[in-house]
Design a protein around this ligand. Sequence first.
Ligand code: BGC
Length: 742
Amino acid sequence: MKPHLLTLLVTAALTGATAQMRAQTPIYLDVNQPIEKRVDDALSRMTTEEKVALLHAQSKFSSAGVKRLGIPEVWCSDGPMGIRDEVKWDEWEQAGWTSDSCVAFPSLTCLAATWNPDMAALYGKSIGEEALYRRKTVLLGPGVNICRTPLNGRTFEYMSEDPFLNSKLVVPYVKSVQQNGVAACVKHFALNNFEINRSSANVIVSDRALREIYLPAFHAAVTEGGAWAIMGSYNLYQKQHCCHNKTLLCDILKGEWKFDGVVISDWGGCHSTDEAVHNGLDLEFGTWTGGTTWGRSNSYENYFLARPYLEGIKSGKYTTAELDDKARRVLRLIFRTTMSGQAKWGSLCSDEHYAAARQIAGEGIVLLKNDRSILPIDASKKPKILVVGENAIKMMTIGGGSTSLKVQRELSPLDGLKNRFGADNVTYARGYVGDTVTSFDGIETGQKLADHRSAQELTDEAVQMAKNVDFVIFVGGMNKSGGQDCEGTDRKSLELPYNQNNVVSEILKVNQNLIFVNIAGSPVTMPWLGQVPAVLQAWYIGSEAGNAIADVLAGDVNPSGRLPFSFPAKLEDVGAHAVGEYVNKPSFKVVDVEYKEDILVGYRWLDTKKIKPLFAFGYGLSYTTFSYGKPSIDKTTMTADGSVTVKVDVTNTGKRAGAEVVQLYIADLKSSLPRPVKELKGFKKVQLNPGETKTVEFTIDSSALSFYNDTKKLWEAEPGAFEAIIGASATDIKGKVKFELK
Ligand code: BGC
């Protein structure tokens, strides 16, 4: 049947109207247009005032959009381990919402201890979904600064002492966060390796150490992970604050690495309009009116990139070229996230997120010692267990600075152990009193931790109760209070605080079946190690702490975590403290801190100086055992553009399924510059059933052999002899093969 003439006319009219409507849709709103075209179009419609308004905060965690054009605000949230509670517009104090509780994921040290990029991807996916549900544009994390000194109060927020390990984990984390349409903001760029004097310390470091140790994870996050945002750090480098640092931001990040995202200042990290304009800062947050960080309320119009910038443009002091570049970056961020047009909604506090938190924690807990195979504890035998220690009951998701969270739930180690071993079989003694503070910026845990008994009374009680049990599980370590694992402060020493060493020693006199569970984000010393049969490094693991610890202690999970940093036997065994500088006196004036240990950070220092650590980088036990075959190599000569493949057989020689982390280190046997004894260049976590053997393969190219040549200013692999070293840790070497680079 032929269409009626009227139908044809009506259809034609409607098609014309649709086309006209389409023509009228501004390009920047058309999600089918390429992002760069949308950015150009939006920019062309904006006034100078509107552009400037994009570049600085309007509240503690948000910056303005363009209301007139329907371009939304940018909302940031801490942090790398959970989505922070909403705070008041202009206060750090929580806003008091009832819908902003989150799941706390394990600290990034724990993630690093999984040595498993799949866990980093799961982490990024899960936290990204929480961020999206909470309508965040930018997740302020992950933190990838190198653990240079174990005293750094923020060690728990970072990953490891090794740039290769950090790089391999940050990439999947960033990608999976961003698949949610939420930007990851990798922090803190760069050289933010201690907290004391964090805003006044000028780091002096060689180009080589900068490139080989401190930048690789950022480089990977940008060039492989495609990070949409980077946060500048508080400290200075080349006497310029890192939030507006020409070398770091203009030359390296945006120049060499071609970063097209947004550089966000750390909160209060911006100190100068001139430098911010010219040296690469795009979005300013947290500045106090006076340009310092410690005011409780801000005056946003007076930000360095607010009125002073606008006035500078109007008076001709600044051109609009920098302004357009900065505004362009912020618009690009918005079109990549909130205005991407891909409708996703995320999820908050889902069963999947709790499961992810528990799985990551289970893979990250490190078994440091297990004499007499005292672990796992067989729950079916209904053993009597005494749990000792404040950390068995204290909520650890509160405190620590910007990572403090308001969680929907947090299961304590004590409750996790009671659930698993039966409440009737588990008793508790406090043992020591640490810090009884149970609130942070208005969030109350509701716990009552005050206990006014003397140290002697607390010890006596624990000793008395320890006499009549099969096992004592001492849950100690540190906490998130100032001077421990806490932003803004550093630790004073490596020692465990609060009389714990003494309590452990006293308990050992009456019961030697003591298992020490160390809840801490950084290394501690263990003077009683010789007498304690089992030690578990359990980090800060968030909402599922109790379950994850019980999973490992009961053997439901076979531990497969490996240390992401060396545990030194003493502070002087750390390069940064032996020869490097570490200034522990507060200073408001700029104070130089020279990284004299240069590239010898962590195991690189210990190897070179032949110092035995308490526990080595990459170390961790399992409830099963593994044996290694002899490593082989496919060819003994590698060309500059070629590669070699190293293979090694690994067998599970025990009775339980378990995972081994096979590590590949490379040694340059002869080089024109001093090099570390060996460097991590590959790792694989392999799951093996009892009796099973798998062949683990590593293919490396010349980038794994390269060092940064300061003089030539480039990466270089020198021809000559190399060794591929297979290890179960930095000190447990299983085999070596030589090869030559031609
Ligand atoms: C921290 C950042 C954090 C920001 C916002 C700063 O003090 O250094 O890591 O993202 O506060 O809370």
